[in-house]
Every structure is written in structure tokens, then in C-alpha cells.
Design a protein. Structure first.
Length: 210
């Protein structure tokens, strides 16, 4: 609260109190213009916090979506190559005519070695793609973390704005009741502050700007 706001609040509270505004018979009491202004000012500041967070995270959201798409494409290629590799490595053992007298275990070992040699280039491709996928995944995780932290910061500041506005409104009401002809009765009616935080402020920690 700035000194000017402090002074205007006190002046308006004294003025309304002396004039008997609001009427103590109203349940709940009709808010004064200044009381509504306090709520609007808090709402406006909180709305600007959300707009700023959206402006800062929207490009990050787009970048994250692009990364996730690329990660998905790499994973699809990895899965495709993995299927090719598995097909080669899983071939049934066959025996060449020259291996008629060779033990089964040795024949199986030869075929397995041949299969691994044929599949080696595919395994190399998979290794490269996995490394690329993991690098992009790490980059995406960092961006995702930055988005979450930016929204968490906005929520923290918004809650502080709301709390300050509630304290400001409570002070205004105390000052008004001191000057009001039915101040004691009016004070007991004020149990529902006008300051209500927007839904996004207490939303999920991973809420996005979209």
C-alpha cells in the first residue's frame, strides 16, 4: 500500500463512517465505493500477473511442443529400427551343408554371430538416435521446469497481493466502524472479505498458460 492509498483509504473510511454508510441493517453490509475499489485494484494486479506469466511462458510452451514432437518422431524411428534388429537377431538357426557334422551349439553360435554382425549397423543407428532423443528430452524437461517455476512465482506474488488487499480492506473497515454511528454492530457483520483470489492462483502447480 502506498502512502497515497493509505491516506485515501483513511479519509474515505472517515467520510463514510460519519455519513452512516453503509447501513448497519444491511446483511451483509453493502460495500462502499472505496471498498470495491480495493477489490478491483487487487483483481487488476493479479490479472496483470497472469498476463505477464502467459506472455513469458507462451513461447516456451511452443518450444516445448516442438521438442516433444521431435522426441516422438525419434522414438518412432527407434522403435522401427528396434523391430528390425529384433527380427534379425531372432532368426531361426539354420545349418549349412558343410556344417552337417558340426555340433548344434557351435552352429547356433555361428548364426548368432552372423546375426549380430548384420544387425550392428542398425544398433549403431539406434544408439545415435537414443542419444539425440535423450538430449532433447533433457532440454524439454528444463523448459517444462522453467514454465512451472514461472507460474509458481506468479501464484506466490498473486497470493501476496491478495493477502495485502485483505489486510488493507480490514484496516479500512476498522477505520470506518470507528466513525460510524453503529460501528460496534457493523463491525460484527464484516466476516466475508470482498477480496477473492482468481481460480488460477490456487490451481494445479503444473497449470499452463493455454
Amino acid at each position: 500500500m502506498t502512502p497515497a492509498e493509505w491516506w485515501v483509504d483513511a479519509r474515505d473510511a472517515a467520510k463514510c463512517g460519519k455519513a452512516g454508510i453503509p447501513m448497519a441493517g444491511d446483511v451483509p453490509p453493502t460495500p462502499t465505493g472505496r471498498q470495491s475499489e480495493i477489490a478491483r485494484a487487487a483483481d487488476s494486479r493479479i490479472a496483470r500477473l497472469r498476463q505477464r506469466a502467459q506472455a513469458q511462458t507462451r513461447p516456451m510452451e511452443a518450444q516445448l511442443a516442438s521438442l516433444n514432437e521431435r522426441i516422438g518422431q525419434l522414438q518412432a524411428k527407434i522403435d522401427e529400427l528396434g523391430a528390425q534388429e529384433a527380427k534379425i537377431l531372432g532368426r531361426p538357426v539354420y545349418r549349412l551343408p558343410a556344417e552337417a557334422d558340426v555340433p548344434d551349439e557351435m552352429v547356433a553360435g555361428r548364426r548368432a554371430a552372423d546375426n549380430r554382425k548384420e544387425a550392428a549397423p542398425i544398433r549403431q543407428q539406434i544408439t545415435v538416435l537414443v542419444r539425440q532423443r535423450d538430449e532433447l528430452a533433457a532440454e524439454a524437461a528444463q523448459i517444462d521446469h522453467d514454465i512451472v517455476m514461472r507460474w509458481r512465482q506468479a501464484r506466490t506474488i498473486a497470493r501476496a497481493v491478495g493477502e495485502l488487499a485483505r489486510r488493507r480492506e480490514a484496516r479500512y473497515w476498522r477505520l470506518l466502524c470507528r466513525r460510524h454511528p453503529e460501528g460496534a454492530r457493523l463491525a460484527g457483520l464484516f466476516d466475508h472479505p470482498r477480496i477473492a483470489l482468481a481460480a488460477w492462483v490456487n490451481g494445479p502447480a503444473d497449470e499452463r498458460s493455454l
